[in-house]
Design a protein around this ligand. Structure first.
Ligand code: MTE
Length: 313
């Protein structure tokens, strides 16, 4: 496992955003060299997103909300805990273990896994199971491209993603009030993971992914509730059987494995028929109807043909 590093860039060429990690610059330049649409540091200003909208014409959720209203229980349960404490997590170096039903398994440097793969920007709705939502410009690699490089074999029916377990840097994992059996795990059927909408995210608003959003990479499966999109992934395992997933283990009656956004199936303790689109406040709740499959039904409903989605919630 060899992590190549490029020589230092003269200070005059370094933009404030790029000062951060020479490794990350290297990653971005690799993406650019591969002809990808990954934004160059100079074009990262938030203003370049003014007037951009989702394919449904929805306004983008401002970057400061995307990076300050988060769920990342490894850092605490309050929405502002991840923004306050996620800087305590080290993301460089980052190693990913690949296991299970695939030809290529082992330990890989994060850089090696994304080298040469296309980075794309996608504006996706993120619908949290707690009934709030955002519209976010993510940068990432189609998940199929990430996974196919390991050559999963015919037994691989599912893929499990495990996220970082490092109590020394994650205060939520040290908390006495913690009820989660760490690490956080999630999974998908392999055909779901191979769907063109599924993305492995490495950036947001043209910037490197902030720690609170799941640096250095996290899933984005836009037709499912946000808890399916695990952050800061360190292990990928191809399996024959349906993997376990954290929220299902915690409260099986409330959270299933499939977790497709479904306004017709309520959470036992609240309705899923509507959502608060952020920014939202007491006086301006900005409540909108929730769409089946979070608005992506046309593309993904076929994955579930013949399944009773009230049973497989
Ligand atoms: N991944 C990890 N490792 N830990 C978490 O607590 N929360 C999930 C998901 N991924 C979570 C996670 C939930 S419930 C949601 S809604 C999204 O992350 C939120 O992503 P965001 O904070 O980038 O908006």
């Amino acid at each position: 496992m060899l992590i190549k590093r490029r020589p230092d860039i003269p200070a005059s060429e370094i933009t404030p955003e790029a000062v951060f990690h020479s490794r990350r610059r290297f990653v971005k330049e690799l993406a650019l060299a591969a002809g990808a649409s990954f934004a160059a540091p100079a074009a990262l200003a938030n203003t370049s997103y003014e007037g951009k909208a989702s394919e449904l014409g929805e306004a983008l959720t401002p970057l400061d909300i995307v990076t300050s209203y988060n769920n990342f229980y490894e850092f605490g349960t309050d929405k502002d805990d991840p923004a306050s404490y996620a800087h305590e997590m080290t993301t460089d170096p980052w190693t990913v273990e690949v296991k299970g039903e695939a030809a290529k398994t082992g330990q890989f440097a994060f850089e090696d896994l994304i080298k040469g793969l296309p980075q794309e920007e996608r504006i996706y709705r993120l619908r949290c199971v707690e009934a709030w939502s955002m519209v976010v410009p993510w940068t990432g690699i189609p998940l199929k491209k990430v996974l196919a490089q390991f050559e999963p074999n015919g037994n691989a029916k599912y893929v499990e993603f495990t996220t970082l377990h490092r109590p020394s840097e994650m205060r939520g994992q040290r908390s006495l009030f913690n009820s989660i059996d760490w690490p956080y795990v999630e999974g998908l059927r392999l055909d779901e993971a191979y769907h063109p909408l599924a993305l492995m995210v490495t950036g947001v608003y043209g910037r490197e992914l902030p720690n609170q959003n799941g640096a250095p990479w996290r899933l984005m499966v836009p037709w499912k509730y946000g808890f399916k999109s695990g952050k800061s992934i360190v292990k990928i395992r191809f399996t024959r059987r349906q993997p376990r997933n954290t929220w299902n283990l915690l409260a099986p009656d409330e959270y299933g494995f499939y977790a497709n956004v479904n306004p017709a199936v309520d959470h036992p303790r609240w309705s899923q028929a509507t959502e608060r689109r952020l920014p939202s406040s007491l006086f301006n709740p900005n409540r909108i109807p929730t769409l089946p499959f979070n608005g992506y039904a046309e593309q993904v409903a076929g994955l579930y043909a013949g399944m009773d989605l009230t049973k497989f919630y």
